[in-house]
Design a protein around this ligand. Structure first.
Ligand SMILES: Cc1cc2nc3c(=O)[nH]c(=O)nc-3n(C[C@H](O)[C@H](O)[C@H](O)COP(=O)(O)OP(=O)(O)OC[C@H]3O[C@@H](n4cnc5c(N)ncnc54)[C@H](O)[C@@H]3O)c2cc1C
Length: 421
């Protein structure tokens, strides 16, 4: 075997399928069956999925995409129902189809499936060897650890507390439509249902959509905080949001209870002799928490690089891993990551009003700029330019929040100027 991928989540399957396309011999080891349904729903912007050519893997697609950000401090009540339109499609993957797409590609390339829990590994000059908890030994040229946010083998530097996005969501039926027909709401920051003391607590927003046939998906979300906002708080907020609008929950088909998504996971140590991919490799977007668009774009690029490195028989596993890490985390991406993480630190500190005004300035960027920011498709200079324009457009209290340096913000700016990893 040339590559052993550990993990069969989106990250593991995406890279295994791409390596298979490069005619490498690949194995996937996972605790769960690789066909087991994934627990989350995966969203993506329409243009992003179209450019990748995977629009047929969507289950839902909305053109009416909006956010509610209020109208500033004074007239929030009178104008709270005014939304801003994003003028872009948004979609939800049919997660079964997405999974099967990768599995079929893997099967066509004769990828071998192994069940078991990886518990030990060793790398020498020739091979990499993984041992499972039941004693099975799997030998390959290189290991890719795709075991998610708490990787089993990858060495991730400790850079302090990790900001965690928490969500409480339900899919169900309601006494009246909680969002308009065919509407997708990226962020509903309306907060008139909250008491004064609740408003001074960390802000949360509603992510919501019309799923058709009388069903709606509503998710109360905290953007990212360390320590995270409690699930019970999110649940109570969702209920009071609905009560304020006189909406009753009639039927719950599905509950997403207790979902934790780490946002600013550090970039792994790039000198280690194994590779990572997906959540394990710090690939989740620190501003949006999204991963799938990024792994769809980048798996083929990494697989090509690895195919060349592996075909050169004189390369050791460590040399192949080095090529892989250089492909995954080139200097420009590391600098962008530091900027994104700097931005997230700021958002975590913002109070409710500051946060709403920040997003108003953010969405007043050109459509291409905010979309490129959220999908991580801007070049470094485009990203810096977008952030500078946003700063200029922002009102004074947001500007002040952006300039005031706290916690690890200076360190992140230094990492942006001179990435040293
Ligand atoms: C609530 C939530 C909502 C999200 N929404 C979106 C979204 O809308 N759009 C988007 O793009 N992204 C979204 N994400 C982010 C991201 O897409 C997911 O977190 C994704 O599941 C991460 O994929 P992964 O393959 O890296 O890790 P995982 O999905 O966690 O997969 C890890 C795999 O490793 C296996 N494993 C773990 N340990 C071992 C071991 N020791 N030995 C063998 N196998 C092991 C597991 O069984 C599993 O198969 C969301 C995440 C969360 C939590």
């Amino acid at each position: 075997m040339e590559v052993l991928v550990i993990g069969a989540g989106p990250g593991g399957l995406a890279i295994a399928a791409a390596l298979g396309q490069e005619h490498l011999s690949v194995g996937v080891l996972s605790v769960n069956n690789h066909n087991e349904p994934w627990p989350y729903t995966y969203g993506i912007w329409g243009e992003e999925v179209d450019e990748l050519g995977f629009e047929n893997l969507l289950k839902h697609r909305w053109s009416k995409t909006v956010s509610y950000l209020g109208e500033g401090s004074k007239d929030l009540i009178s104008k709270e129902n005014k939304s801003i339109s994003h003028e872009r499609d948004y979609g939800l993957f049919d997660k079964k189809k997405l999974q099967q797409h990768w599995i079929e590609q893997c099967n066509q390339a004769s990828v071998q499936w192994f069940r078991g829990k990886a518990s030990n590994f060793e790398v020498n000059d020739i091979n990499s060897i993984v041992t499972t908890s039941s004693g099975k030994i799997l030998t390959s040229k290189i290991i890719i650890d795709a075991t998610g946010y708490e990787p089993v083998f990858l060495d991730i530097p400790n850079k302090g507390e990790v900001a965690v996005q928490t969500c409480y969501g339900i899919v169900g039926e309601f006494s009246k439509p909680p969002v308009e027909k065919n509407q997708f709401v990226l962020m509903d920051y309306r907060c008139n249902h909250l008491s004064k003391s609740e408003k001074s607590a960390p802000p949360t927003f509603l992510y919501a959509m019309d799923m058709g046939e009388g069903k709606y998906f509503l998710e109360e979300t905290s953007l990212g905080l360390a320590p995270p906002v409690e699930i019970e708080t999110l649940k109570a907020r969702l209920h009071s949001r609905l009560k304020h609008r006189d909406i009753k929950i009639l039927k719950v088909d599905h509950e997403e209870n207790g979902v934790f998504l780490p946002m600013n996971i550090p970039i792994p140590d790039l000198n280690q002799s194994i590779l990572g991919f997906g959540g394990s490799a710090g690939m989740v977007h620190p501003a949006s928490g999204y991963l799938v668009g990024g792994i769809l774009r980048r798996a083929p690029l990494l697989a090509k690089e690895l195919a060349i490195a592996i075909k050169n028989k004189s390369n050791s596993p460590s040399e192949i891993a080095k090529k892989g890490w250089d492909n995954l985390w080139p200097k420009e991406l590391r600098r962008k990551q530091a900027l994104y993480q700097f931005g997230l630190e700021k958002l975590m500190r913002f109070k409710e009003l500051q946060l709403r005004l920040f997003f108003k300035s953010f969405f007043s960027l050109s459509n291409r700029q905010w979309y490129g920011f959220l999908t991580n498709t801007l070049t470094l200079s485009e990203l810096v330019n977008a952030m500078w324009i946003m700063f200029k457009k922002a009102p004074l209290n947001v500007k002040w929040g952006l300039m005031e340096m706290k916690g690890r913000e200076i360190k992140l700016l230094l990492e942006f100027l001179k990435p040293n990893i």
